[in-house]
Design a binder for this molecule. Structure first.
Ligand SMILES: [Zn+2]
Length: 377
């Protein structure tokens, strides 16, 4: 009997969602063994998988950092270099809220209280995105179908880049290891101002359909976008010339995008990650069990850097995040030891780069490799 990918939380709750299902091989016992070990860890330590004081404290720190950076940039008169520093701080804080508050909330890993999870997830609407669209793009498509070309929207850059060996090669991709770093800076810009609207109106992310936002979801979507216009343009324009306001919006958004893109690319588009393709007639099949598929398509990095782990909300432990998205990120370093040991015992390949630099180099080489014409490669 084949195993259907466990549809992540968001999709399961939405009766109208019609994602294309891919079937995975049944578990060989690895999944059960790993889950038992992780359950035992929480029993023995007495820790809670979600909702700890440490997690809430961290969320408050990130939100205060964000508010202070914004208020300083907009309200405090200062020389140009002071404004630049405040802008950089704002970009890092925006990404930090995404990594540490919104991401856990969106995965229902922030708290055991559903309202608190929803509130944390809605911090994305506070910073211009849409928690509703994100739920389908990230929870449903990326987490279920990691690195499966045509299904995982996160590896789809359209014609601009080729991240998977199964995507079409175009002549200019041979320069992508250079120009993509620049284009990564426009990711959030595109999400906030273009793709969120296109997707909300069409109810589609590529070939995957999802219900268009209605009722409270639609109200939150509209409120978020209105807030974005107010916070990014209207309020700053009361204090500064509009061209300066627009320049800062582009600059802050560029840096924020670059940070988010780099963190994502390190986890999935490096030389060591697999890009398997489903086979057969619909429903197509991946000849691997779901958990091992997640491990082989994902790579950890810089696991010993406490500062980086703190700042990016444990997303350098992406293997653990993909296996246990409903466990709060502060537990990932401990889970990594369990996952790595279990993989070793079951003969499953587990990969981690020792530093962010090594990971960046691997991504660069992967872009270079994917940019070469397939025959030459
Ligand atoms: Zn995630």
């Amino acid at each position: 009997m084949l195993q259907t990918a466990p549809l992540p939380q968001g999709a399961a709750e939405t009766p109208n969602a019609k994602p294309t299902r891919i079937r995975f091989d049944p578990s060989t016992g690895f999944q059960q063994d790993l889950k038992e070990r992780v359950d035992r860890y929480f029993e023995e330590t007495g820790l809670r998988p979600r909702g700890s004081a440490a997690l809430y404290r961290k969320a408050v720190v990130m939100l205060v950092w964000l508010a202070a950076s914004y208020a300083t940039l907009v309200l405090v008169p200062m020389p140009w270099w002071g404004a630049l520093l405040a802008g950089v701080s704002l970009a890092f804080a925006l990404a930090a809220v995404g990594f540490n508050v919104q991401h856990d909330g969106g995965h229902k890993a922030f708290s055991d209280n559903p309202a608190l999870n929803k509130l944390a997830a809605a911090s994305l609407d506070l910073i211009g995105g849409s928690s509703y669209i994100w739920n389908y793009k990230h929870n449903t498509l990326h987490h279920t179908y990691a690195n499966i070309t045509g299904h995982d929207d996160d590896i789809d850059l359209g014609m601009l880049g080729r991240l998977s060996p199964h995507q079409r090669h175009l002549w200019f991709h041979r320069f992508q290891h250079i120009y993509l770093w620049f284009l990564y800076g426009f990711l959030t810009f595109k999400w906030l101002l273009v793709t969120d609207f296109v997707r909300a109106m069409s109810g589609r992310i590529n070939e995957h359909r999802f219900p268009r936002p209605k009722g409270w979801d639609l109200a939150l979507f509209v409120a978020g976008k209105t807030l974005l216009v107010a916070l990014a343009f209207v309020i700053p324009a009361l204090y500064h010339p509009l061209p300066i306001v627009v320049a800062f919006f582009i600059g802050v958004s560029f840096l924020e995008s670059l940070i988010i893109s780099v963190v994502f690319q390190m986890a999935h588009t490096v030389e060591e990650a697999d890009f398997p393709m489903p086979e057969g007639m619909p429903p197509e099949r991946i000849h691997n069990e779901w958990m091992i598929h997640q491990i082989e398509t994902t790579v950890d990095f810089a696991r010993h850097s406490r500062l980086l782990s703190w700042y990016i909300g444990g997303l350098n432990f992406q293997v653990e995040h993909h296996l246990f998205p409903r466990i709060a990120h502060i537990h990932y370093p401990a889970l990594a030891r369990i996952v790595e040991e279990t993989c070793r015992e079951h003969g499953v390949r587990y990969t981690a780069h020792t530093s962010l630099w090594n990971s960046l180099r691997s991504h660069y080489r992967w872009l270079h490799e994917m940019g070469r014409p397939p025959v030459a490669a």
